[in-house]
Write a protein that binds this ligand. Structure first.
Ligand SMILES: Cc1ncc(COP(=O)(O)O)c(C=O)c1O
Length: 384
């Protein structure tokens, strides 16, 4: 290998885009509409066209995106919102922001996504302790849509809304539906390392609900009403910068091609590694955007495995070494059924390999060869 292997190679993408982004950013610098400039409207229209959502409300990041929907729904102290424990902190953090209680539920070992049986247990738990359950936030973890065929009817039957946290999953599909068109609303993040990322922070909310979209647009700008200086509700400063919108317009054009490339790489990794480790599964009828390619290594010394790979120049990462219900800030919140064994197990077993659309077959082969060696070393050490 000549150059170091990147875990996510934004430089290769930048090279492919050539001077298109430079020109797009320069255009914003010259027209001067840095806040809510024309590119913001444009990217919202482009994203709506891409996924088929009726409304797209761009915003400052994927955390605000969820928070804004919770604010619009009037979530308040005493309310419970059910979310998986095996996710990034933002999913539950925003529930606490609005004074409500996140109730943690377990995930499925095969897809890493919310388990409807644990969701049922979480709902019972919330009611038992006197909370008022109002909604569920399934997460499309590592790029794969959650198990909406089970979660959606469950929510409908219990009168709960569903906000899909697709910070990692935008661009995916679920049984003929594009991510962005499922649930009351879907949120995403354009953090640079996400499958569709900008060059800073950014996010968006997708919804088919006219009333919600209007409320989100108001919340995004301090709760403004039709008169700019008569704020009609409590909102926030949640806007997407025009420069980031300009970056996203260019990146969205190559996104479908990048998704295909990610999928081919993941399939190739799976074919080459399936006999050696537990490789990630995509549910029948779903497509993943492979925000992460994550193996499970039960019984292995993960630290030693990662150290071997690092030495051979292959970066790895662990998402997530601690499920939320074990983290200091979240330990005090209720847990479905008293424990979340799958989240605990996954946190101990998972490791993610380099994944981005610009991994050549040579580099993939080098990564796979190094993973094989690392697994062999671990097996040998265990046998000694
Ligand atoms: C599942 C999930 N939800 C929410 C977020 C928050 O997005 P942002 O970093 O844009 O605020 C992230 C980002 O890492 C995420 O992975």
């Amino acid at each position: 290998m000549t150059s170091p292997i990147a875990f996510i190679d934004l430089a290769a993408q930048r090279q492919r885009l050539g001077d298109k982004i430079d020109a797009a950013v320069l255009k914003v610098l010259n027209h001067g509409g840095y806040i809510m400039g024309p590119e913001v409207k444009q990217i919202e229209a482009d994203l709506a066209h891409f996924c088929g959502a009726k409304h797209v409300v761009s915003c400052a990041n994927g955390t605000d995106a969820i928070a804004m929907v919770l604010m619009a729904q009037g979530v308040k102290p005493g309310d419970a919102v059910l979310c998986p424990s095996f996710t990034f902190a933002a999913t539950a953090e925003v529930v606490a922001w609005v004074g409500a209680t996140p109730v943690f539920v377990d995930v499925r070992a095969d897809t890493f996504n919310m388990d409807v049986l644990s969701l049922e247990a979480g709902l019972r738990k919330a009611r038992e302790i006197g909370l008022n359950p109002v909604g569920v936030i399934p997460v499309d973890l590592f790029g794969q849509p959650a198990d909406y065929d089970t979660i959606e009817p469950f929510c409908a039957g219990e009168g709960l809304w569903m906000i899909c946290d697709a910070a990692q999953g935008f661009g995916g599909t679920y049984k003929g539906r594009m991510v962005g068109t499922i649930g009351l609303a879907t949120t995403t993040s354009f953090f640079p390392a996400k499958p569709l990322g900008c060059y800073g922070d950014g996010g968006a909310i997708f919804t088919n609900n006219d009333e919600l979209a209007a409320m989100l647009r108001s919340i995004r700008i301090h709760g403004q009403g039709s008169d700019k200086y008569d704020n009609v509700r409590i909102g926030m400063n949640g806007r997407l910068d025009t420069i980031q919108a300009a970056v996203l317009i260019e990146k969205l054009k190559i996104f479908p091609d990048e998704i295909d490339a990610r999928d081919s790489i993941a399939k190739r990794y799976n074919a080459l590694l399936q006999d050696l480790a537990i490789v990630p599964e995509v549910q029948e009828g779903a497509t993943s955007v492979w925000a992460q390619y994550t193996l499970r290594l039960p019984g292995f010394d993960r630290d030693a495995f990662q150290a071997d790979l690092k030495e051979a120049g292959v970066p790895t990462a662990v998402y997530y070494p601690k499920p939320l219900h074990r983290q200091t800030a979240y330990r005090r919140y209720p847990v479905a059924g008293g424990s979340l064994p799958v989240s605990d197990r996954l946190a101990a077993e998972v490791v993610s390999l380099p994944m981005h659309p610009y991994l050549s077959e040579d580099v993939q082969d080098h990564i796979v060869g190094t993973v094989k060696k690392g697994l062999f070393n671990q097996r040998k050490a265990a046998a000694e």
